[in-house]
Ligand binder design. Structure first.
Ligand SMILES: C[S@@+](CC[C@H](N)C(=O)[O-])C[C@H]1O[C@@H](n2cnc3c(N)ncnc32)[C@H](O)[C@@H]1O
Length: 262
C-alpha cells in the first residue's frame, strides 16, 4: 500500500519522537502533532528511516529555530512569498489549523498581534477538529468541524459581516493509505472550503487549499476557475517530493453573483 509523505502513518516510535520533538517553542501542549496520525503498523526499519529523515530535514530544523509549531509553516511562507496575499490588515480564516504553524505565519504577516504599531492590524480565525494551543492575535475555534453549519455560523458571527481576504485550508482527512480514497476525501474537504469561501470571501479574496493529486483534481481546478480570476497549482519546496500533496491557489474572487460549482 502506497505511503505518501509524513502524513501517512505514524507508529508508536514516531509518536514518542513527535512528543519529545515539540518541547521547543510551544511547551505544555498535549501533542501527538505536527502531522495527522493514523495507527498503521510499520516495521522498525521504516520507523528508523522516518526518524532519520526527520532529523535531517532542513525544514524541521528551521521550524525549531524560528519557533514554528510545524515544518508546514514554510509551505505557507513560500506560497505567500510568491502570491503576496497575506497583507497587514487582512482578515484570514485558517481551516485545519492545528497545531498552528500556518496560524503563526498568518498572524505575523497580517499583523494580527499588533506587533507592528505603524501598520494595519489584521485578524486570524483558526479552526480545527483538534485542540489548538493559543496563539496571540488569533481566535481559535478548536474541536470544530469546518464542514458543519454550526462551525460556519460561529465563524460568520465572529466576522460580524467583515469580508474574508484569505481562506486558507491545510485540512487533511484521516489518511486511509488508499490513494484514491484519500484523494476523494481531501477533494471533498476542498469543496467544503470552496463553498464556505463563496459565502464569506470579500471580492478579490483568495482561497488556498491543500489537495492530493488524483482524478478529481482537474474538476476542482475547473470549478475554481468559475469563481476566481487566477487559479494555479503550487508545490512548494517544503512539500516533500514523495508526497502527492499540492496546493490550489485561487486569487481574485469574482464575487457571490457567480455561481455554478458542480
Ligand atoms: C496537516 S494538519 C494542519 C497543519 C497546520 N496547517 C499547521 O501548519 O500547523 C491537517 C489538520 O486538518 C484538520 N482537519 C481535517 N478535517 C477537518 C475538518 N473537517 N474541520 C476542521 N479541521 C479539519 C485535522 O484535524 C488536522 O489537524
Amino acid at each position: 500500500m502506497a505511503m505518501r509523505g509524513i502524513d501517512r502513518g505514524v507508529t508508536s516510535t514516531k509518536r514518542s519522537f513527535l512528543k519529545s520533538s515539540v518541547s521547543w517553542g510551544w511547551r505544555n501542549i498535549p501533542v501527538t502533532r505536527g502531522m495527522h496520525v493514523t495507527a498503521v503498523a510499520r516495521d522498525n526499519t521504516s520507523s528508523n528511516e522516518w526518524l532519520i529523515r526527520q532529523s535531517r530535514d532542513p525544514y524541521v530544523k528551521m521550524a525549531k529555530t524560528k519557533h514554528y509549531r510545524a515544518r508546514s509553516a514554510f509551505k505557507l511562507i513560500e506560497i505567500d512569498d510568491k502570491y503576496r496575499f497575506l497583507k497587514p490588515g487582512s482578515v484570514v480564516v485558517d481551516c485545519g489549523a492545528s497545531p498552528g504553524a500556518w496560524t503563526q505565519v498568518a498572524v505575523q504577516r497580517v499583523n494580527a498581534d499588533s506587533r507592528d504599531k505603524t501598520n494595519k492590524v489584521g485578524r486570524v480565525i483558526s479552526i480545527d477538529l483538534l485542540p489548538i494551543h493559543p496563539i496571540e492575535g488569533a481566535t481559535m475555534l478548536e474541536k470544530c468541524d469546518l464542514t458543519s453549519s454550526e462551525t460556519q455560523r460561529k465563524v460568520e458571527a465572529l466576522l460580524g459581516g467583515a469580508g474574508v481576504d484569505a481562506l486558507i485550508s491545510d485540512m487533511s482527512p484521516n489518511a486511509t493509505g488508499m490513494q484514491q480514497l484519500d484523494h476523494e476525501l481531501i477533494v471533498r474537504l476542498c469543496y467544503h472550503a470552496l463553498a464556505f469561501a463563496h459565502r464569506v470571501l470579500a471580492p478579490r479574496g483568495v482561497l488556498l487549499c491543500k489537495s492530493f493529486d488524483g482524478g478529481d483534481s482537474q474538476r476542482l481546478l475547473r470549478d475554481l476557475r468559475k469563481l476566481f480570476d487566477v487559479v494555479k497549482t503550487v508545490k512548494p519546496r517544503a512539500s516533500r517530493s514523495d508526497s502527492v500533496e499540492s496546493f490550489c491557489f485561487a486569487g481574485g474572487f469574482k464575487g457571490r453573483a457567480k455561481t455554478g460549482v458542480s
